[in-house]
Design a protein around this ligand. Structure first.
Ligand SMILES: Nc1nc2c(c(=O)[nH]1)N(C=O)[C@@H](CNc1ccc(C(=O)N[C@@H](CCC(=O)O)C(=O)O)cc1)CN2
Ligand SMILES: Nc1nc2c(ncn2[C@@H]2O[C@H](COP(=O)(O)OP(=O)(O)OP(=O)(O)O)[C@@H](O)[C@H]2O)c(=O)[nH]1
Ligand SMILES: [Mg+2]
Length: 444
């Protein structure tokens, strides 16, 4: 990475708004402010400045804030130009900035990457920022905020420090053993301290993947035979036309996703192709995908529009889905309101709206049991992989034959520490940086 570069990006959203913020970071920031805004404002105070074109014309009258290194988000000199939010204003000022050749456009995540490199954030805190920006529900926001405040990194640091202390004990006994006199007590103490850390890691790992689930959202697949009203139901839940509805069986082929907030729980509803045997190759592919998606879902809404459906082919292909993850939904209830509804099923009419609230409540309750609206420490696969590694090395510690091989004991503890260090970015950083920061939005 070219760290001497000064970077610029639009930090605010893409829709039209009253104000748009351009953010600059890097060594040329002061020079750029002198050129565009006349001089460098007093650090950390908002000043109203004209922003000048090369011919001296005023491009905008903006609030300018300067942050002097290292007291800034990135740790470098940073400036913010709070412009009027019109697209032509943004384009003109951005054009002017690039024209000076003193800066270039930032890459995705480059501001946060610099903050990490300059020690302003560790990796889990950077991930917390990314998740906070992506958070769509209150529970997701809470989890991201906890991460940003260091919930995981403090826990991991505590484990790592305890292992460092343990290493000191092991090293001491290695020294003693050179002198042909191993004090048993020291290594016993080391083994039990390291195993205790291992056990604590295992407890954190044993969270039912709650954190990842909450971050990604729960998938609720709407499945069932053709024409039962799957697409009509997703439209009703969305409150708008997201899927095509028609009286022709086999209308939906591609899956349609709808992101929703059910009482703080993030849910992705998926409308799928009606399940049936068919000669149409496109529809058949749709059916294959629908089954696959349903099998991987957190919850399946299995729709049927009369009793015969429910008793016969409705549930075929769902053997792999645990029964508690299926909600039977009797559709088109407005047509036959006098029908007896099979036990456990929810009766709805997507046309009139009857029963929809009850269905949504039922979904929320089923998922709430799993998300617990309890946020978790592990929010990404990356964390889980590293912690699993650490726990594996530490589980060997307890089994190690202390008296015969204190060197192996030391090695297992060292590997455990190393795995923990990967989480915060203390070690093995380069390989994760590109992947991690590429997932950020431009301007972050
Ligand atoms: N206008 C604006 N709002 C924003 C941000 C921003 O960059 N600009 N943020 C961007 O993410 C968030 C706030 N995060 C920030 C984090 C650190 C510093 C900062 O200047 N840190 C210095 C000084 C700390 C202090 O004085 O307490 C430092 O860490 O040394 C600024 C913003 C959300 N709101
Ligand atoms: N009366 C009534 N008609 C409905 C209801 N829901 C759906 N329909 C009708 O049933 C037909 C099929 O609806 P869709 O939503 O397209 O059914 P689908 O399950 O998505 O069908 P495929 O995509 O072909 O699998 C349409 O003509 C809808 O207007 C309902 O609650 N009441
Ligand atoms: Mg459909």
């Amino acid at each position: 990475m070219r760290r001497e570069d000064t970077i610029v990006a639009v930090a605010t959203g893409s829709g039209r708004a009253a104000i748009a913020v351009l953010r600059l970071s890097g060594p040329a920031t002061r020079r750029i402010l002198e050129v565009l805004a006349g001089s460098v404002p007093q650090p950390r105070f908002a000043s109203l400045r004209a922003i000048y074109a090369s011919d001296g014309a005023v491009l905008d009258r903006a609030l300018v804030i300067f942050f002097s290194a290292p007291a800034s988000f990135t740790g470098e000199d940073v400036a913010e130009l709070h412009l009027h939010g019109g697209p032509a204003v943004i384009a003109a000022v951005l054009g002017r900035l690039l024209e000076t050749r003193l800066c270039r456009l930032a890459e995705a995540g480059e501001f946060s990457r610099r903050a990490f490199i300059n020690g302003k954030l560790d990796l889990t805190e950077a991930e917390g920022i990314a998740d906070l920006i992506d958070a769509e529900t209150e529970t997701q926001r809470r989890q991201a905020m906890r991460q940003l405040e260091g919930a995981l990194s403090l826990t991991v640091e505590n484990w790592r420090e305890r292992l460092v202390d343990t290493m000191a004990l092991v090293e001491a006994s290695l020294d003693f053993s050179d002198e042909g006199d191993v004090p048993e007590g020291l290594t016993d103490e080391a083994v039990s301290a390291a195993s205790l850390v291992g056990k604590e890691i295992e407890t954190v790992l044993n969270d039912g993947a709650r954190g990842e689930r909450l971050r990604d959202g729960f998938t609720v697949v709407i499945a069932g035979p053709p024409n039962v009203g799957k697409s009509t139901l997703i439209n009703r839940i969305a409150g708008r036309d997201v899927a095509i509805v028609s009286p022709v069986a086999g209308t939906t082929r591609d899956m349609i996703e709808l992101h929703c907030d059910l009482g703080g729980t993030p849910v992705v509803f998926v409308d799928t192709a009606g399940l049936r045997d068919t000669d149409d190759p496109v529809e058949r592919e749709g059916v294959v995908r629908a089954r696959k998606r349903a099998q991987a879902a957190d919850l399946v809404l299995l729709l049927f529009d009369n009793k015969i459906d429910a008793d016969t082919d409705g549930a075929t292909g769902f053997e792999a889905v645990a029964p508690e993850n299926i909600i039977m939904v009797r559709t088109k209830y407005d047509l036959q309101p006098d029908d007896e509804v099979i036990e456990g099923a929810v009766a709805v009419s997507a046309k009139t709206g009857t029963g929809i609230d009850i269905l949504l409540k039922r979904i929320e309750q089923q998922l709430a049991g799993r998300s617990d609206s309890q946020t978790a420490l592990i929010t990404r696969e990356r964390h889980r992989t590293a912690l699993t590694d650490a726990a594996r090395h530490l589980s060997r510690v307890s089994a190690a034959h202390v008296s015969t091989s204190p060197e192996l004991l030391a090695e297992d503890i060292r590997l455990g520490m190393r795995a923990l260090g990967r989480i915060t970015g203390r070690v093995d950083v380069e390989d994760v940086l590109d992947r991690l920061f590429a997932g950020f939005c431009i301007g972050k």
